[in-house]
Design a protein around this ligand. Structure first.
Ligand code: SAM
Length: 280
């Protein structure tokens, strides 16, 4: 077991604070500090950055982020049982860790963060996907974050980096690749976690682009893409019927064939369509 700081090993922390994992909280903990430091390194140079960590749990990744030199970590954790263990980390690392108890979907962390800001998290996948979509779709760009380093089920990670024509291509690929460079940087087997989940996991790293690759309104693009992939086997003219009364004309004006299917349309095509649909 690696010793990246003077704190006790994570298995001992879990025993001391009785942090048996709860399924209802999506808890699968990373207890190998070598691995959490490696994940932290995927977030890039942390010195001089504030890190927003969602779901620190017993603090494995938190310790990795701090030992890798993060200027400050703001961690949001829903499970109050984890707070005493996190308080020990805060004490060991001086004023470099702040913990907020609560639901990351409800809390606005920005008041507690100073740019440049990076985000790192190992979250239950449904919360992770919801947050990822929110982080990718603010109306203004660039966003508050420089990069996102996030653990997902492998299948979800593959959807984020998928290319047109593949089964995994859909809303997540388009929203992620529209405004960021997205790469899978690490693959983790179930045994890396305690308890092991049923599926493998991947760490995805997204760097925010200075500007979106193609102009489009985030809300309109999200709506169009959600509708197009909701019925991915249908032709676009049928799948998008509800988005505009003259959808066939708008598809043609965007340079698309009404008989195409969503899976075949590259990012550029969806952005062109979102611009056509946004016209009054
Ligand atoms: N980061 C730790 C690690 O890698 O070992 C814990 C990972 S565990 C998969 C997910 C963590 O997110 C748990 O500590 C859980 O309590 C927390 N969590 C779940 N839903 C949350 C939410 N909506 N807001 C904040 N934390 C949440």
């Amino acid at each position: 077991m690696a010793k990246i700081d003077t704190l006790p090993p994570l298995r001992e922390v879990i025993r001391t604070h009785d942090l048996h994992a709860r399924k209802s909280m999506g808890q699968n903990f990373l207890l190998d500090l070598n691995l959490t430091a490696k994940i932290a390194r995927q977030a890039g140079d942390l010195t001089g950055c504030d890190i927003l960590e969602i779901g620190p749990g017993p603090g494995g990744l938190t310790r990795g982020l701090l030992s890798e030199g993060a200027r400050h970590v703001l961690a949001i954790e829903k499970d109050a049982r984890c707070l005493p263990a996190l308080a020990e980390i805060a004490q060991a690392y001086g004023d470099r860790l702040t913990v907020i108890e609560g639901d990351a979907l409800e809390i606005d962390p920005l008041a507690h963060l100073t740019p440049p800001i990076r985000v790192a998290a190992n979250l239950p996948y449904n919360v992770g996907t919801e947050l990822l979509v929110r982080w990718l779709t603010p109306s203004a760009w660039p966003p508050f974050w420089q990069s996102l380093t996030l653990m997902f089920q492998r299948e979800v990670a593959e959807r984020i980096v998928a290319r047109p024509g593949s089964k995994a291509y859909g809303r997540l690929a388009i929203l992620a690749q529209w405004r960021a460079d997205a790469r899978i940087v690490l693959q983790l087997p179930p045994e890396a976690f305690t308890p092991p989940p049923k599926v493998s996991s991947s760490v995805v790293h997204l760097n925010a682009l200075d500007a979106p690759r193609y102009p489009a309104d985030a809300k309109v693009l999200s709506r169009v893409v959600a509708a197009a992939f909701n019925q991915r086997r249908k032709m676009l003219r049928a799948a998008l019927k509800g988005t505009a009364p003259d959808i066939e004309d708008r598809l043609i004006a965007a340079g698309l064939k009404p008989t195409d299917r969503a899976e075949q349309i590259p990012l550029e095509g969806f952005c062109a369509l979102a611009r056509e649909i946004a016209k009054t």
